[in-house]
Ligand binder design. Structure first.
Ligand code: B12
Ligand code: SF4
Ligand code: SF4
Length: 399
């Protein structure tokens, strides 16, 4: 690749400092590619006003659920200057994580778990943060300036900024779609005090398609381009800390961490390419793990299996909660003993999900006999409510 790492020493010399911004931008793009980014574009403050407006509407509607961190300090999110007054240019970067197989195929294997593509390899946050820092250091050396780097967790509207920087457009499922990489781009940002030449915003290429809206198992899109996160399986299995609301349990199927349906169905994926970063590639043991094995993970085994993986973040109890929902949906009574064993788990979150799984898998008589044995010793109100719902003694709650 032209201008790769071998060229850095030259670029840091006074030659580059005197060169024009277009030359700096081209050299920056070369360096980004050499560091493992698959695309780069540049925008500035004041380019995402509409997105800011939509963001405020989204928060006002409560669509963010319990993600209070998303609602906090909206002024920082809706315009880059709200986060950092001195920012002049926003450099947006993408890393392709295109899968090597159809992410929807695993949904047919009901006794196995579907982990979303983004979480089958190492945690992208760590990898991209390192690359952003390396690129930012290069930039500062090439043209003295102040910089800040962000990936995912800061108050940065990465998708609208990426669209403004020509990396792709926000499709009707609200994610960024790339003409080159389809649905499979991780995003990161560098804010800088430098004035750099900007790219033109990408335009919407969804046309009359609405495949992503139609496939969503939980009807999480109240309208095109709008997501109600509270209904999204990604939110329900990752962000939601409590029991999964009853109305979504059947639709979750065997998705135990995130969901790729709306991404996978996008016709622009015909241009997608397999990711080139080995660390982000799917680990063999996470492509189709068996539900019964996952249900047996204690805290130490969970941490060992998900070392360096984004899945680790939700902790063992929330994870096993998700596995039990999938077990309840497996339509395979041979999995009932896994759920039965977890009726005695220390975590009420796990016990409650185990009750539900059993209500789906065992005969009424068996369920009632388990209830008779367990209810007396149960102290957690939410778990007791699961027993009542399972026994049909109370109406099934809608949430
Ligand atoms: C919060 C969050 C979530 C939440 C909410 C998702 C959401 N769509 O907002 C949950 C937990 C559900 C989630 C799920 C996922 N996420 Co997420 N998430 C984020 C985060 C941290 C913030 C996003 C945000 O600001 N949401 C608030 C809403 C209001 O913003 P928005 O989506 O841009 O909403 C726009 C539209 O609604 C539109 N709009 C609203 N009304 C109208 C009306 C009209 C007429 C129009 C035209 C537009 C319009 O304008 C809004 C503003 O642009 C970003 C990282 C970041 N800092 O940006 C990652 C991020 C968006 N997530 C990412 C990923 C990969 C996912 C998942 C695919 C993971 C998975 N496989 O499970 C799913 C996808 C689900 C989906 N369909 O969106 C990637 C997306 C990369 C990409 N190519 O787009 C990001 C960018 C992280 C990263 N650094 O790579 N995520
Ligand atoms: S990630 Fe899954 S649940 Fe969430 S909006 Fe997309 S298809 Fe629906
Ligand atoms: S599936 Fe269709 S509507 Fe959805 S993002 Fe892709 S092109 Fe747009």
């Amino acid at each position: 690749m032209a201008g790769g790492r071998a060229g850095i020493a030259d670029l840091r010399g006074p030659g580059l400092l005197n060169s024009d911004p277009a030359e700096l931008k081209a050299a920056l793009a070369n360096e980004a590619r050499a560091l493992g980014f698959d695309c780069i574009g540049i925008t500035a403050s004041g380019t995402i006003e509409n997105a800011g407006k939509h963001f405020l509407e989204f928060i006002a509607s409560g669509g963010h659920g319990d993600m209070d961190w998303l609602a906090a300090h909206p002024e920082r999110r809706v315009d880059p200057r709200g986060l950092w007054q001195d920012v002049r240019s926003v450099i947006m970067l993408g890393v392709n994580y295109g899968p090597d197989q159809d992410p929807l195929a695993i949904l047919q294997q009901r006794t196995r778990a579907a982990i979303s593509v983004y979480a089958q390899g190492d945690d992208y946050h760590d990898l991209i943060k390192k690359r952003l820092k390396a690129l930012a250091r290069w930039l500062v050396a090439a043209a003295p300036s102040d910089v800040k780097v962000f990936v995912d967790t800061a108050a940065v509207m990465e998708k609208p900024l990426a669209q403004a920087a020509h990396l792709g457009w926000q499709g009707k499922h609200t994610n960024l779609v790339s003409r080159e990489f389809g649905s499979w781009l991780f995003l990161g940002a560098i804010y800088t005090t430098l004035e750099l030449p900007r790219d033109d915003a990408e335009i919407d290429h969804c046309g009359s398609c609405q495949a992503c809206l139609d496939i969503c198992p939980t009807s999480a899109f109240p309208a095109p381009y709008k997501l109600d996160a509270r209904r999204c399986i990604s939110y329900l299995t990752i962000e939601n800390k409590g029991p999964i609301p009853h109305e979504f349990r059947k639709s979750i199927g065997n998705r135990i961490y995130g969901c790729d349906d709306c991404l996978a169905v996008c016709p622009w994926n015909k241009f997608a390419q397999e990711g080139r970063e080995a660390k982000l590639a799917a680990r063999a043991e996470l492509q189709a793990p068996s539900l019964s094995e996952l249900a047996r993970l204690d805290d130490a085994a969970f941490r060992a299996l998900f070392s360096k993986s984004p899945v680790k973040r939700i902790g063992r109890d929330r994870f096993v909660r998700n596995v039990l929902i999938a077990i309840g949906n497996a339509d395979d009574a041979s999995l009932a003993p896994e759920a039965e064993r977890l009726l005695g788990d220390e975590s009420p979150l796990v016990r409650g999900a185990a009750v539900w799984a059993l209500s789906q898998l065992v005969e009424r008589e068996r369920f009632d006999s388990l209830a008779a044995k367990s209810v007396g010793a149960e102290t957690d109100e939410a778990v007791l409510a699961e027993w009542r719902v399972g026994s049909g003694t109370t109406a099934r709650p809608s949430s």
